[in-house]
Design a protein around this ligand. Sequence first.
Ligand code: PLP
Length: 380
Amino acid sequence: MSYLFPNYTRDSIDLVDGDGCYVYDQDQRRYLDFTSGIGVTNLGHKHPKVLQALTDQTTKIWHSSNLYTNHLQEQVAQKLTMGKDYLTFFCNSGTEANEAAIKLARKATGRTKILSFTQSFHGRTYGALSATGQPALQTGFYPIVAGFDYLPYNQLKPLKEKLTDDVAAVILEVIQGEGGIIPAEKQWLQTVARLCHENNSLLIVDEIQSGMGRTGNFFAFEAYEIKPDIITLAKALANGIPAGAMLGKVELAEAFGPGTHGTTFGGNNLAMQVAKTVVTEINQPAFLSAVAAKGNDLKEGLTQLIDQIAKVTAVRGSGLMIGVELDSPETLQKVLVELKQQQLLALKAGQTVLRLLPPLTISQAELMQGLKIIQQVLLN
Ligand SMILES: Cc1ncc(COP(=O)(O)O)c(C=O)c1O
């Protein structure tokens, strides 16, 4: 029997070790990891520099609280904001980063409404769940937080109608992750950013899955040439040590004055020492262009299958955030099982999308090995 709540559908394998882009189960069976722990271990398992950062900090102070100055938080914030006009608040997870964003948006604008999009995913706590445009995830938990509305993604007319002068913020993912690897159209997103600005509504971009180099840019929104008012991060920020962050434009500082918001663990020394290393490693032009190049190869290899295999209907995404749309949920389930049998772990997104999120550090040879396994399983 299990002593855990049954709120996850768990596979029977128990991953007890990891090295680079491989993970090992309780029977020492090795798998090529195309999940990165759902977009978390972007630098792979046991990355030497990340391991060093963590072990160095374990011999110093682990936790000092947010009552004191924290030079590590300052250093990570400086790296994340890259001299652009943002300030940072640290927390422990994606949902908390979005909670902070929603609270900041309401307080800074004095408005209440938040517009979000269908198929979006922003987290499970009440504010973030209320921003999540998937009724199935809200069912049973009503009443959710008031003031949220959900609009069709990549459509302008409904947004124009709803973007009234009581809208505090629009929250969106540049590539919807859980919803099925659905990228925003560039012109649409640029218009959304402009309309928000004209309406004095804040644009919150949730980079929790798409950020930290995943798409070949440090932030996925960079490819869209927009400047969000608020950016949320988590998942890969500390490569598996829980960490989240909300970046907001400097002019929002007044709304988050002393005592307005906080967390006990957020920005703790262990997570920050690791995050400092992770951000430094990822945010280098050569590293990011290698992610983009590997992503192009993976996408190209999969796109070829659309004409060859009837059950593959589309391939979407950027960098190493790729979705393969299959013809049915049953096909997806079967493909995931067969990939596991071939010792490759992958993810699902939406009901029919095979989601591939390998570590960004994957070598070309490992990537091609993974692609070959996926091609063979899909051809089956
Ligand atoms: C885009 C996005 N936002 C928010 C979250 C929630 O993050 P967490 O599970 O760390 O609360 C996720 C998690 O999958 C996500 O993909």
